[in-house]
Design a protein around this ligand. Structure first.
Ligand code: FES
Length: 124
């Protein structure tokens, strides 16, 4: 199953009115709506801070044993593209998603990628 982590504390620099959802929470809700509308199964994990605070909203693709791909500068309008990226990522063995598999609108929003090469050294 595809899954994505979304920071619900974004945008930490712009307070929202009491009772209003944060932009990050709006993104998470948009992801759930996009998944439901397309009949997709994706686990949306809501977390606090993905260390992309200066470029809100943030999300990450991560699974045990795979590279981590982190995004920033996201909005609810990116939800369908994020869903496609999460599904493509879920199909990879290593998390090394080829650039051609990354939806066009997300390519400039990748803020980081952590591979496992050095981590594997620490485990051996
Ligand atoms: S508050 Fe969202 S990445 Fe830090």
């Amino acid at each position: 199953m595809a899954r994505i982590f979304i920071c619900t504390t974004c945008n930490r620099y712009t307070p929202v009115a009491a009772g209003e959802p944060s932009p990050g929470l709006q993104l998470a809700m948009a992801m759930k709506r996009a998944a439901a509308a397309g009949g997709h199964t994706v686990a949306v994990r809501m977390v606090e801070c993905l260390n992309t605070c200066p470029q809100p909203c943030a999300a990450a693709l991560r699974e045990p044993g795979k590279a981590v791909i982190r995004f920033g500068k996201l909005g609810p309008e990116d939800a369908p593209a994020l869903l496609a990226a999460a599904e493509a990522y879920a199909e990879t063995r290593t998390g090394d998603l080829p650039a051609r598999a990354m939806p066009e609108r997300l390519r400039a929003k990748v803020t980081g990628c952590v591979t496992l090469g050095v981590l594997e050294l620490a485990r051996s």
